[in-house]
Design a protein around this ligand. Structure first.
Ligand code: FAD
Length: 565
C-alpha cells in the first residue's frame, strides 16, 4: 500500500506527485495508462509539437461526435497518453488566464483561496522563466515582476524571430485602439496582443514530465507505473456517513494477458486523468447520473447528475491568407531540405525554427460593449479584464488536422472563442474501460457563441488590412474570402474545431451546492478518500490555454492535500 495513489501522470498528476514526495516519509504511486516520453522526438522538438497528435501512439485518439453546428463534422480530439499527459503533446503556449477567472472561481466556490490574490504565489513555485533559445534581448517583451525564476517548469519568450514579427508590431501601432500591445499577458492582465510565452527551455519542450517528474524522479518514495490503465475506484466501506474509497483497479497493457490488479492508498486517491479520463473513471465506478448508469447496467454508488456534464471548450477557426516571399515557415511542414537543415541546427545547438512553438504573438480581445448580442445575452466573460476571443498569429499554414497544400506560402490568424456559453458532455459509450467514451462538446450551440466567433473572424480582416500586410498578403485563402455574415458563418462551420482545452466535466462548486462534482477543497462530493486534481474541476473555462491554469490548480491542490495530512 501507498499513502497516495495518483491516477494519471499527466499535467496535474505529476505536480501533485512531486509536491507530496517532498516529504520522504510519504509513499506515492502514480498509475499512467500511456508510455514514457523518453527519446520521443515529436514531443521534445518544440515546432514538431503539432505532429505529436492526432492519431499517434501517444494520443488517446478520441473523436468528437458529429457537431450539429459545424456541418455535422466529427473530428479528432487528441489527449496525451504519455508521461506528462497533454503537457507533453500540446502546443506549449503558456500563461494563466485573467485575474477575473480566479476571482470568479473564488466567488463561485466561496473559497478565497482560489482568488488571484492567493493564486499568484503558485506562479512563483511553478515557473522558471528562462532566456529564449536564440538569446535575444527580451527587454520590453515581458514584465519580469510578473514571473517566477526559481520554479520547476521552464517558460520562455519566442526563440526564433520571424519575418512577420515587425509586421505584427507595426499593426499593433497602427490599429492600437482595436489591437493594443500587451507587454505581458503571463500574469493576469491578458487583454491586447503581445509576445507569446511558451513552456520551452533550452530550445526543448518543458512538460510536467521533464520538469516536475524529472525533478522528483530520484526520490525513493515516488513510484511511477506506465502502461497501467485504471479501470475502477474501489470502495472500502463508509466513513462519516459517506462512501469511502481506498483503492483502484488497474490493468497493465504491456503484458500479453490483461489481468486486473488492485492497489490501495491509506490516505487518499488523487484522480488526475484529465477532463475525459476523470469522468470516464468516475462513471465506470458507479459515480454519476443514476439514470445513465442504470441504462449501462452499472450499479450506482454515488448518484451525481453533474459527472461528465458542463464540458466547455475554446472553439478554434483558422483564417488563412496566401502570402508572397519566403518569410513563411510552410516549407518546414512539407519536409524536404529546409526541415533537414533546421533539424541539423536544432540537433547541434537547440536553436533555429524548430526550437520555437507555433506562434510568436497572440492576444485576447473583447467584443465592443455596444455589440448587438448584449441586448439579448448577458456578457458571459468572467469579468471586465477578460476576453471574448483570441488571436494566435502564425507565420505558416496553421490548420490543425488539414495538411498544408503542396505549393504556396501562408499566414494564419487563428481565432478562438474564449467565453463560450455552449456546454457539452462526456458519457460512457460502453462499460468496457478500454472503449472511448462519447465526447460531445456541443460547439457553437448558442447564439452568443456563433456571434462572438463571427465577430472574431471579422476582426482578423481588419487586422490584416493594416499597411504592414499590403506587400505581403496576396489574398485570403479558400473560404477565408467570406465577407457577408452568412459566408463567414459557413467558413466557421466548415473549418472550426477546438483548441483542445476541455474543462468542467468534474466541476468544482460550493460545499452543499445542488450541482457539481467536487467541493472547493477538490474532494469528491458525497465520498471520502477521493480528490480530483486536473483541468476537469474548472467550472468556467479560463482566458488561457489551459495548461497554465491546470498547473496552478495542481500546485494549490498539493497544499490542500498536505494541510490534511
Ligand atoms: P492530462 O495532461 O491529459 O493528464 C491526464 C493523464 O491521465 C494522461 O497522462 C492520461 O494518459 C492519464 N489517464 C487518463 N485516463 C487514465 C486511466 N484510465 N488510467 C491511467 N491513466 C489515465 N494548453 C496550453 O496551455 N497551451 C497549448 O498550447 C495547448 N495546446 C494543446 C494542444 C493539444 C493537441 C492538446 C491535446 C492540448 C493542448 N492544450 C494546451 C491543453 C492542455 O495541455 C491541457 O488542458 C492540460 O494539459 C490538461 O491537463 P490535465 O492534467 O487535466 O490532463
Amino acid at each position: 500500500t501507498y499513502d497516495y495513489v495518483i491516477v494519471g501522470a499527466g499535467n496535474a498528476g505529476l505536480v501533485v506527485a512531486n509536491r507530496l514526495t517532498e516529504n520522504p516519509k510519504i509513499q506515492v504511486l502514480v498509475l499512467e495508462a500511456g508510455i514514457s516520453d523518453e527519446n520521443v522526438l515529436p514531443v521534445i522538438v518544440p515546432f514538431l509539437g503539432p505532429t505529436a497528435t492526432p492519431n499517434t501512439p501517444f494520443d488517446w485518439n478520441y473523436t468528437v461526435t458529429p457537431q450539429t453546428n459545424l456541418d455535422n463534422r466529427a473530428f479528432p480530439y487528441p489527449r496525451g497518453k504519455i508521461l506528462g499527459g497533454c503537457s507533453t503533446v500540446n502546443y506549449m503556449t503558456h500563461h494563466y488566464g485573467s485575474s477575473d477567472d480566479y476571482d470568479k472561481l473564488a466567488r463561485d466556490t466561496g473559497d478565497a483561496g482560489w482568488s488571484w490574490n492567493n493564486m499568484q504565489k503558485y506562479i512563483q513555485a511553478h515557473e522558471k522563466f528562462v532566456p529564449p533559445a536564440d538569446g535575444h534581448n527580451t527587454t520590453g517583451q515581458f514584465i519580469p515582476e510578473k514571473h517566477g525564476f526559481k520554479g520547476v517548469t521552464s517558460i520562455s519568450l519566442p526563440g526564433n524571430s520571424q519575418g512577420i514579427d515587425a509586421r505584427v508590431l507595426s499593426t499593433l501601432d497602427e490599429l492600437k485602439s482595436e489591437f493594443p500591445f500587451n507587454p505581458d499577458m503571463g500574469g493576469g492582465d491578458i487583454l491586447g496582443i503581445g509576445w507569446a510565452q511558451s513552456s520551452i527551455g533550452n530550445g526543448t519542450r518543458s512538460s510536467s514530465s521533464t520538469s516536475y517528474l524529472r525533478d522528483a524522479n530520484s526520490r525513493p518514495n515516488l513510484h511511477v507505473l506506465i502502461h497501467a490503465t485504471v479501470t475502477k475506484l474501489i470502495p472500502n466501506g463508509f466513513k462519516n456517513g459517506r462512501v469511502s474509497f481506498g483503492g483502484v483497479m488497474f490493468t497493465s497493457t504491456n503484458t500479453a494477458i490483461r489481468l486486473p490488479s488492485f492497489v490501495y492508498a491509506t490516505k487518499e486517491i488523487i484522480l488526475s486523468a484529465g477532463s475525459i479520463g476523470t469522468p470516464q473513471i468516475l462513471l465506470l465506478s458507479g459515480i454519476g447520473p443514476k439514470k445513465e448508469l442504470s441504462a449501462m447496467g452499472i450499479p450506482t454508488i454515488i448518484d451525481n447528475a453533474s459527472v461528465g456534464k458542463n464540458m466547455s471548450e475554446h472553439v478554434l477557426v483558422p483564417n488563412i491568407f496566401q502570402v508572397t516571399g519566403s518569410e513563411s515557415l510552410d516549407e518546414l511542414l512539407r519536409g524536404g531540405s529546409f526541415l533537414d537543415t533546421s533539424l541539423a541546427q536544432w540537433t547541434a545547438n537547440k536553436t533555429g525554427p524548430l526550437s520555437n512553438s507555433v506562434t510568436n504573438q497572440l492576444g485576447f480581445l473583447r467584443l465592443p460593449q455596444n455589440s448587438s448580442i448584449f441586448q439579448t445575452v448577458p456578457d458571459p466573460s468572467t469579468g471586465p479584464k477578460s476576453s471574448h476571443f483570441e488571436f494566435v498569429i502564425a507565420n505558416f499554414w496553421l490548420n490543425p488536422g488539414i495538411s498544408v497544400p503542396a505549393t504556396g506560402r501562408f499566414f494564419t490568424i487563428v481565432t478562438a472563442l474564449i467565453s463560450p456559453t455552449s456546454r457539452g458532455f462526456v458519457k460512457l459509450a460502453s462499460t468496457d474501460p478500454f472503449k472511448a467514451p462519447i465526447i460531445n462538446p456541443q460547439l457553437l450551440s448558442t447564439a452568443f457563441d456563433r456571434f462572438a466567433i463571427r465577430e472574431a473572424v471579422k476582426a482578423t480582416k481588419r487586422f490584416a488590412s493594416a499597411s504592414a500586410w499590403k506587400d505581403y498578403i496576396i489574398a485570403p485563402f479558400g473560404s477565408n474570402n467570406a465577407t457577408t455574415d452568412d459566408e463567414i458563418d459557413a467558413h466557421v462551420r466548415s473549418l472550426a474545431s477546438t483548441v483542445f482545452h476541455p474543462i468542467g466535466t468534474a466541476t468544482m462548486t460550493k460545499a452543499g451546492a445542488s450541482w457539481g462534482v467536487v467541493d472547493p477543497n477538490l474532494k469528491l462530493k458525497g465520498a471520502e478518500g477521493i480528490r480530483i486534481v486536473d483541468a476537469s474541476v474548472w467550472p468556467t473555462i479560463p482566458n488561457a490555454h489551459t495548461q497554465g491554469p491546470t498547473y496552478l490548480v495542481a500546485e494549490r491542490a498539493s497544499d490542500l492535500i498536505k494541510a490534511d495530512q
